[in-house]
Structures are given as C-alpha cells and as structure tokens.
Design a protein around this ligand. Structure first.
Ligand code: NI
Length: 170
C-alpha cells in the first residue's frame, strides 16, 4: 500500500511530468495505486497523491472495470455543467459541491503505452476531471470561491486536529 499525501504537501501543487517509459515500473505503480485506491475506498487517485509527480491517475467506480490514464488530455468538455458533491483522499473528511462540465472526451495512454479515447459522462466524467486537475497541481477546492474555500479548510483543520489528538490519546 502507498502512503496518501494530504494537502500541505508540495507535490500536490506541482505540474506533473509526462511518462515516456512503459515498462514494469509503470505497471507496478498503477497496480499499487489501484490497490491503494480500493483500500482507501475512493473512486480516483492521481500520481501526486502518492508522491509521484507524473501524469498518471487511476479510476475505479464500484462494479466497473478499473481504468488507468497515463498522459491524459481532456480534448472536449460539454457546455452543459452540473453540480456534484466532491471529496478528495488528500483532503479527508470534508466535501463540497463543485460545478463542472457534465461530459468530457479524454485522450490518454494505458500501461502499455497504447493510445485510447474515452467519451464520458456521469460519475466517470466527474472523476476524470477531478483527477486530471491533480496532474496540474489543482485541487477541487480551487473551484470554490475564496470564502467557501477558507471555510472548508477551517473545517478540515479542525477535524484533523481532533483526529491527531485522538491518535495521541490511544
Ligand atoms: Ni482528489
């Protein structure tokens, strides 16, 4: 299992590098990321969240096949937008509505380097956009206005302090 980096870590704010080698290393990383994602009970996990500043994210929507996106590029977004409550494994314990396009087209490579294109809507479109943001140092809270963002971060800090205290007490 890989460690999940949380907000405050520099790696979450960096622009990721392209992946150019498609060998055992990238296959092992994507397997480890999928295991970590399932263990954390999330639906998406991006490289920076496990301390890897490279363009890779994995998606696993329950009941569907796990997906690996390498060097992804969102090439089309729908004009129509929608609201959905998002969370992030790197900002645990808080959630907030985020407005995003409802459908996207994404081009990416799989672990063997093969190029593919997916047209997605619904939850998959939502997760692809959230994870793709991570590869550019962006978090979902950056989509909120400043007041909402500050409020959410205060709640996060409070919850985390409580969690740390709890740990010490045990
Ligand atoms: Ni996230």
């Amino acid at each position: 299992m890989l460690d999940i980096y949380t907000i405050g870590e520099d790696v979450l704010r960096e622009e990721c590098k392209d992946i150019t080698e498609f060998g055992d290393e990238i296959r092992m990383l994507s397997d480890a990321m999928l295991d970590t994602l399932d263990e954390a009970d999330g639906v998406g996990l991006a490289g920076p969240q496990v301390g890897v500043s490279e363009k890779i994210f994995v998606v696993h929507i329950r009941g569907e096949k796990p997906l690996v996106f390498i060097n992804p590029m969102i090439t089309e977004t729908s004009i129509e937008t929608g609201v959905y409550e998002e969370g992030c494994l790197s900002i645990p314990g808080v959630y907030h509505d985020v407005v995003r396009p409802l459908a996207v087209t994404v081009q990416a490579q799989d672990v063997t380097g093969r190029h593919f294109t997916i047209k997605a809507d619904g939850l998959l479109a939502r997760v692809i956009q959230h994870e793709n943001d991570h590869l550019h140092g962006k978090l979902y809270i950056d989509h909120l206005d400043e007041r909402e963002k500050e409020k959410l971060l205060r709640v996060y800090e409070r919850k985390n302090k409580a969690r740390r205290k709890q740990k010490v007490r045990v």
